[in-house]
Design a protein. Structure first.
Length: 582
């Protein structure tokens, strides 16, 4: 299509120019042309514009192809009038921040009674779709000689690597300046760290393969690369490591201060060991020893090579001096192979006790050896001197099977764990507590779990109230909706249910306490699409208000006011005013 033909599309009552048609054109003929057509439609205030029976000014809602997915009309058993009068965000795989953006755009257009938006909402352009939507076939790539299967992805994730790659691909495919690509993807609700960007002289055809996996970054560091992955990239590209480091640095990425990019890479076998080792900066001594024994290579040379790059050993024990028993002791499953013990976290007590049982050694002797190897260990005198019966290890394991991974005192041991462990191991809760206290993972008398016939604890702590996994997350705020639904399910007052849950260590957020005027039908407006219950510790999304209004047959204003009465914070930048009931 030529730009000169755009005027022909703007004739009154045109049955052609609609957002769905424009979205199809964008994919077939190019997003820049589709953007030009949309701007012409905005200038002419072309109507009708929208989807289905929902009409709104193109200058406000723009064109976002995923609207058809976000606002897909299900077939309810009892359709509410709201479904016929305004677009309702239904369940979809579209990321929540995109759904919220589009709901706010339609609210800005005035389609939701009593709902108005303060300020502007970014105008959706076809180019936004090019940035955030990824329809890809399953693919695979080689990482350290291992073939990794990558599942198909539909939407760009919020990970910095994915966001930067999406912007870079649009720069390459559409010829956009990077500043425009950053603005567009930011308008769609994604966050790209300020340090990251596409340099003007970038050769994207060569550089995009360097931005391929989300595990390239050090955890919780949005711009710091993992040296092991960078070295692997250099090896696969057949280029000097300093050149790869410089190219990634031009995009704003950094490397840890300890890392020294050498000119001569370790061999592929060592790189393969590094790729599976999860602790940056620490030399992977145990797997290197295993690799050296399998290949006949010199492990001392391997370790020395990595030390040239800044890696450091956990202890001064020479790698060549490690025995088979040492390797078993350093492995999580006590078999001398991957996965290995976490070298930066305290060793689980059950690991030591199980090793003592399997190796016929005292726990105190094993603690002494682990300390020599550089691991963080419990005080030897705090460990039991008598052997733990082998059947008791089921009570100490996360999967209730007597094997690693083990329950640990820091975070794993709580009322939920005790109740579910009792269920899966067919033991009374009191017996579970006795084993924990004997093993020293909890202090005697430090945890009391009410276990009586007044309440079914298993039902209360199951998210679906069915005595099955998934369970309520311990340590996280308790959703008010769960308390109300549980009260209805067990036929008790909400206050009594909350009191029992509090005795098990659960608590409502301060913002949403259980009030005297709570009503059974409040459950209808507290249900969400994905997380089951609305959380009280952050503002309510406007999309939830609209969805709850349609599901309950109420108006958006009445839903918002009731949520506010219950202590929830209403969405920022949204005003709810009285409007006629729809």
């Amino acid at each position: 299509m030529l730009h000169t033909e755009i005027d022909a599309l703007l004739v009154a009552d045109s049955e052609v120019l609609r957002p769905p048609w424009l979205a199809t054109l964008a994919e077939a003929q190019g997003y820049r042309l589709a953007d030009a057509i949309l701007r012409a439609a905005i200038a002419a205030d072309h109507r009708p514009w929208g989807m289905g029976d929902h009409d709104a000014p193109p200058a406000i809602i723009g064109c976002f192809p995923a609207d058809l997915e976000i606002f897909a009309e299900p077939r309810p058993a009892r359709p509410h009038p709201a479904r016929r009068t305004y677009p309702v965000p239904t369940g979809s795989l579209v990321p929540d921040h995109l759904v919220e953006w589009r709901v706010r755009a339609w609210a800005k257009a005035g389609v939701y009674p009593g709902v108005s938006i303060v300020g502007d909402v970014p105008l959706a352009m076809p180019l936004h779709d090019a940035l955030v939507k990824r329809e890809m076939n399953a693919s695979s790539f080689s990482l350290a000689g291992i073939r990794v299967e990558a599942p198909p992805r539909h939407w760009v994730s919020s990970h910095p690597i994915s966001v930067l790659r999406a912007a870079a691909e649009v720069v390459r495919a559409q010829g956009l300046p990077f500043a425009d690509a950053r603005r567009l993807i930011t308008e769609a609700g994604y966050v790209l760290p300020e340090q990251l960007g596409v340099p003007e002289n970038a050769v994207l055809g060569d550089d995009l393969p360097l931005l391929r996996t989300e595990d390239q970054l050090v955890e919780k560091h949005p711009v710091t690369l993992r040296p092991a992955v960078v070295m692997q990239l250099a090896s696969e590209a057949g280029l000097p490591l300093p050149e790869i480091v410089a190219r990634l640095g031009s995009y704003g990425f950094t490397l840890p201060d300890w890392f020294v990019p050498g000119a001569s890479l370790p061999d592929d076998g060592v790189l393969g060991v590094l790729a599976q080792w999860g602790w940056e900066g620490l030399t992977p001594v145990p797997p290197l020893v295993v690799h050296a024994r399998a290949t006949g290579e010199d492990v001392t040379h391997m370790v020395a090579k990595l030390e040239e790059f800044g890696y450091r050993r956990l202890s001064a024990v020479p790698p060549a001096d490690l025995s088979d028993t040492d390797l078993k002791l350093m492995s999580r499953d006590l078999d001398g192979t991957n996965p290995w013990l976490n070298p930066v976290q305290p060793i689980p007590r059950a690991h030591i006790l199980r090793a003592a049982h399997d190796f016929g050694a005292s726990p105190q002797a094993l603690v002494e050896r682990l300390a020599q190897l550089g691991y963080k260990v419990p005080e030897p005198s705090s460990l039991p001197t008598e052997p733990i019966p082998v059947d008791d290890f089921a009570v100490l394991s996360q999967d209730d099977d007597g094997k690693a991974p083990w329950l640990e005192a820091d975070g794993d041991l709580n009322a939920t764990t005790a109740i579910t462990t009792a269920l899966h191991t067919f033991r009374p809760v009191g017996e579970v507590m006795r084993v924990w206290e004997t093993a020293g993972v909890v202090e005697a008398g430090s945890m009391r779990i009410p276990d009586d016939e007044d309440f079914d604890n298993l039902r209360l702590i199951s998210q679906d109230l069915d005595r099955k996994d998934p369970w309520l997350a311990h340590g996280k705020p308790l959703p008010l909706g769960h308390v109300l639904a549980a009260a209805e399910a067990v036929g008790r007052e909400p206050a009594a249910v909350l009191a029992r849950l509090e005795s098990l260590g659960y608590h409502l957020p301060e913002a949403t306490p259980l009030t005297d005027d709570v009503r059974p039908d409040d459950v209808d407006i507290l249900r969400t699409n994905g997380a089951r219950w609305l959380r009280g510790e952050r503002p309510v999304p406007l999309a939830h208000v609209i969805r709850a209004a349609a599901a309950s047959g109420r108006t958006p204003v009445s839903v918002a006011r009731r949520l506010s009465d219950l202590g929830y914070t209403l969405p920022d930048g949204v005003v709810f005013t009285d409007a006629p009931t729809v």
